[in-house]
Ligand binder design. Structure first.
Ligand code: ATP
Ligand code: MG
Length: 424
């Protein structure tokens, strides 16, 4: 026998039992985005490597060690997208989507990062990415947060998520702060962990993100970014806070929050939970007013967030309940005597014309008993049974599978009516 092959480490199959909850979650997400007037965009899974080097930043974890990068057959360096925003901005510039207009865009799909696989962290994972272009007002940042909060409410997980909020200020303010931070860290260089020492040269703000204990202790007395914020940045941040308060969204200000991508300015936020162990960030985002220019476009104020679908679904399965019927494969199962199988298939097609909303399973093979078993396993509420007699009279025997109701013999239209009544 040939040796069987396996999926790549950290890249998971979603098996038939897994997909119902994904579809349930995706449908609610789509509906919620519709509620806010967002449009869907879909960009390619592979992009030129440069796109991520220029946007995410050369000295970030993603670009330094997490990208799947390869040369194609004409020696062009390509990368499997590790995040969505860069690709969306690239597409927006390429197609002139941002000219003198506000764009509310979203996309959902696979991303790829070469990380150590563990619960809530994979090499292929899925994100919802939501972006607003062309608005420099705090209302836009707040709208994103309100939208995400609405999702948590709909899924029944709101009380497990905490909103952490910070501001990075303008790029000038950050520059001044960066100098102060580097000065401070240089004085304590020996105490820094190795990664942070390296970051001192490449990307000092990321030191704030260090998980190393000694470095963390050292940071307690380090200069703080908020001490470097000018009036405008402070006011902007306060406006967001006010908007959140007015809409009943609680938040925690976390002055250490910097996020792992270089393109953020002003607002950054994360929704975190302690219900998932170490992988506690479900959603993160912020403002990135300079990104469009960095990628060769016109200045375009923008903000957005990325939501980790696997972590969201883990959380939903762990603490919320999902409607039972999402796991049902069919509403009605056709059960037929072997002599009238062809008739049963034709009849099933007719029923699908009459009632497109009914999920009708036709596995009309095998004995009556085995067909009834299959009907039961499918989760169907009803069986439509046809034997020779029913076929001769153009009738169906309707049998209720989950309710203590007598079976009925009726014509197809009535059978459909009974099914619709039951499924209401
Ligand atoms: P983390 O700190 O967990 O590595 P991140 O800051 O790298 O997250 P982002 O790049 O902002 O995360 O992505 C947004 C969201 O995507 C995260 O909050 C998380 O829910 C999810 N996510 C990121 N990386 C992975 C991964 N490797 N596997 C599964 N989900 C992920
Ligand atoms: Mg990461």
């Amino acid at each position: 026998m040939a040796k069987s092959l396996q999926a790549i480490r950290g890249m998971n199959d979603l098996q038939p039992e897994d997909t119902p909850v994904w579809r349930y979650v995706e449908n609610i997400i789509r509906h919620t985005l519709d509620q806010y007037g967002f449009q869907e965009i879909r960009t390619p899974v592979v992009e030129p490597t440069q796109l991520f080097q220029r946007s995410v930043g050369e000295h970030t974890d993603i670009v330094e060690k997490e990208m799947y990068t390869f040369n194609d057959r004409s020696n062009e360096s390509l990368t499997l997208r590790p995040e969505f925003t860069a690709g969306i901005v690239r597409a927006g510039i390429e197609h002139g989507l941002f000219y003198n207009q506000v764009r509310r865009l979203w996309t959902m799909g696979q991303l790829f990062r070469y990380e150590r696989p563990q619960k809530g962290r994979y090499r292929q994972f899925h994100q919802l990415s939501v972006e607003i272009f062309g608005l420099s007002e705090a209302e836009a940042d707040a709208e994103l947060i309100l939208l995400s909060a609405r999702l948590w409410k709909t899924f029944g997980i709101a009380d497990k998520l905490t909103l952490e909020l910070n501001t990075l200020g303008s790029s000038e303010e950050r520059k001044a702060y960066r100098e102060a931070l580097v000065n401070y860290c240089m004085q304590h260089k020996e105490a820094l962990d190795e990664d942070s020492r390296r970051r001192l040269e490449t990307n000092p703000l990321r030191i704030l993100d260090s998980k190393d204990k000694t470095t963390r202790a050292l940071l307690e007395n380090a200069p703080r970014l908020d001490q470097f914020l000018g009036h405008e940045s402070q006011q902007y941040f306060e406006q967001i806070c006010t908007l959140l308060e007015e809409n009943g969204i609680s938040y925690v200000i976390n002055r250490q929050l910097v996020r792992g991508l270089d393109y953020y300015c002003q607002t950054v936020f994360e929704w975190t939970t302690d219900a998932l162990g170490a992988q506690g960030t479900v959603c993160g985002g912020g403002r990135y007013d300079l990104l469009a220019e960095m990628l060769g476009g016109k200045p375009t104020p923008a903000c957005g967030f990325g939501l980790g679908m696997e972590r969201l679904i883990l959380l939903i399965l762990q603490i919320a309940s999902v409607p039972e019927q999402i796991n049902r494969v069919a509403d009605v199962a056709m059960v037929a005597e072997s002599s009238v199988r062809l008739y049963a298939i034709r009849l099933a097609e007719k029923i699908r014309d009459l009632a497109p909303e009914i999920r009708l399973l036709t596995s009309v093979k095998g004995s009556f008993k085995s067909q009834m078993k299959k009907a039961d396993r499918s989760g169907a509420e009803m069986a439509f049974i046809v034997g020779q007699q029913e076929a001769d009279q153009q009738h169906i025997t309707v049998k209720y599978l989950r309710k203590d109701l007598p079976q009925r013999i009726c014509n197809p239209e009535q059978a459909v009516f009974l099914a619709k009544e039951l499924l209401k």
